[in-house]
Write a protein that binds this ligand. Structure first.
Ligand code: HEM
Length: 131
C-alpha cells in the first residue's frame, strides 16, 4: 500500500523535530478557546503521547505502543466531542506547526493529506439536525 508517511522518520533521522512540531501545535491549541476546552488542564502527558504517536506513525521508534498499547485513535477520541469545526481547527493548528518546523518541509503535502484524512475520521459528533 502506498504510505508515504512511514518514510518520514528515516528522512528526518531524530525525535527532536517531532517534539518541536508538537510544541508548536499545542501553542495553537492554547490560543484557541474552542479547542483548548477539550483538552485537560495539564497538557504535558498529551504532548508526550502525541509526539510518540507521530514518531511511530512516521516509521520511527515505537515508544507509543510500548507505553500506551494499540493506538485505537477513534476509540481514544470518543470522550471528546469532535465535530467539523473542531476537526478543522485541529488540522489548521497542525499544518501551521508543520510549516513552522523546517525539517518537515519536504513532507508538507503528504502530511497535509494524512492529517486531513485522519482528523476527518475522528469526527464523532453528528451535526445532522434532528428536527
Ligand atoms: C480531529 C480533531 C482532534 C481533536 C479535537 C483531538 C483532541 C484530542 C484530545 C483532547 C486528546 C487528549 C489529550 C490529553 O489527554 O492530554 C487527544 C489525544 C491524542 N490525539 Fe487527538 N485530536 C484530534 C485529532 C487527532 C489526530 C488527527 C491525531 C493523529 C494523527 C491525533 C492523535 C492523538 C494522540 C496520539 C493522542 C494521545 C492518545 C493517548 O495516548 O491516549 N488526534 N486528542
Amino acid at each position: 500500500m502506498d504510505d508515504p508517511i512511514i518514510e518520514i522518520y528515516a528522512g528526518i533521522g531524530s525525535d527532536a523535530p517531532f517534539y518541536a512540531l508538537v510544541e508548536s501545535f499545542y501553542e495553537g491549541v492554547e490560543d484557541d478557546p474552542a479547542l483548548r476546552s477539550l483538552y485537560p488542564d495539564d497538557l504535558e502527558p498529551g504532548k508526550r503521547h502525541l509526539a510518540w504517536f507521530l514518531i511511530q506513525r512516521c516509521g520511527g521508534p515505537t515508544h507509543f505502543s510500548t507505553e500506551r498499547g494499540h493506538p485505537k485513535l477513534r476509540m481514544r477520541h470518543l470522550p471528546f466531542q469532535i465535530g467539523i469545526a473542531e476537526s478543522e481547527a485541529w488540522v489548521r493548528h497542525m499544518l501551521a506547526a508543520v510549516d513552522a518546523v523546517p525539517e518537515f518541509g519536504p513532507y508538507q503535502s503528504s502530511l497535509t493529506r494524512y492529517f486531513e484524512e485522519s482528523a476527518a475520521f475522528l469526527i464523532n459528533k453528528s451535526e445532522i439536525p434532528t428536527v
